[in-house]
Design a protein around this ligand. Structure first.
Ligand SMILES: NC(=O)c1ccc[n+]([C@@H]2O[C@H](COP(=O)([O-])OP(=O)(O)OC[C@H]3O[C@@H](n4cnc5c(N)ncnc54)[C@H](O)[C@@H]3O)[C@@H](O)[C@H]2O)c1
Length: 260
């Protein structure tokens, strides 16, 4: 039996990478899971994977930068899964570029997806939890790049600093509703996103693919890159009852890349 049977979680960007691992892990913990992604096919396949393992899940096509779509996804989650307790605002993008070349369109796109999504997800979750008359948990994807500016990832880092700030503000404003708000800050996780960052950085520097991974990876105290499951184990804690006395925090889960 899972530790939170009967509860419901919505995970954005749940179709692949860290979001997929979170959706699978929360299902093992006993949550019914709404797997929300821009990519309907990957969302479907993760929901099917959960159901095949005996869990409850639905797949939702959602663009997290669109406020109405995020509110609609929370509503559909309640209609189809019968409740709502946790939102994991996980979806994000990380285009790599040197600061001198950043355009207005780059900034708008990254902030729409990485920052606005957290605001819309926080609003939608809060509104639904108030309507349902109980508390819940809001969990945001931050990054080690949300604690220190990363070269080649200026706009991404700025967006993750914003996520850390929003996590602190929301925690203060929502405590009175029994809602806690925390974030997770991974280091280098082996997902399609990280492969893309490595490709962007190495090709801009005329190096071979994998060089950026080697360079960043050499700074990890535990001597290996992160798996998505390293991160989902921590999100399981944030989503479950053991983290009830924690709010407004953005801890690193990075294998010891940084020491705060
Ligand atoms: N991979 C890493 O090393 C790493 C490190 C620190 C933080 N993070 C953060 O963790 C989160 C997940 O990263 P990942 O590595 O699994 O990424 P990923 O690119 O592998 O997966 C992201 C998922 O989000 C979805 N998505 C993208 N834009 C969307 C949108 N507008 N609406 C809905 N869904 C959308 C994609 O379709 C994809 O399924 C991100 O917020 C990322 O910034 C990742």
């Amino acid at each position: 039996m899972g530790k939170v049977d009967g509860k419901v979680a919505l995970v954005t960007g749940g179709g692949q990478g860290i979001g997929r691992a979170i959706a699978l892990r929360l299902s093992q913990d006993g949550f019914a899971v709404a797997v929300a992604d821009l990519n309907q096919d990957t969302a479907n396949s993760v929901a099917e994977e959960i159901k095949a393992a005996g869990g409850r899940a639905i797949a939702l096509k959602v663009n997290v930068s669109d406020r109405d779509q995020v509110f609609a996804a929370v509503n559909e989650t309640v209609e189809k899964l019968g409740g709502f307790d946790v939102i994991v605002n996980n979806a994000g993008i990380a285009p790599a570029k040197i600061l001198e070349e950043v355009t207005a369109a780059d900034i708008e796109k990254v902030f729409n997806i990485n920052v606005n999504s957290v605001i819309w997800g926080t609003q939608a979750a809060t509104s639904k939890l108030k309507e349902l008359g109980h508390g819940g948990k809001i969990i945001n994807a931050c990054s080690q790049a949300g604690h220190v500016g990363n070269a080649n990832l200026s706009v991404y880092s700025a967006s993750k600093f914003a996520v850390r700030s929003l996590t602190q503000t929301a925690a203060q404003e929502l405590a009175k509703y029994g809602i806690t708000v925390n974030a997770y800050c991974p280091g280098i996780v082996q997902t399609p996103m990280w492969s893309g960052i490595d490709k962007d950085i190495t090709s801009a520097k005329g190096k071979k693919q994998g060089d950026a991974t080697e360079e960043f990876g050499s700074k990890i105290t535990l001597g290996r890159l992160s798996t998505p499951e390293d991160v989902s184990a921590f999100v399981s804690y944030l989503a479950g009852p053991d983290s009830d006395y924690m709010t407004g925090q953005s801890p690193l889960i990075d294998g010891g890349m940084m020491f705060l």
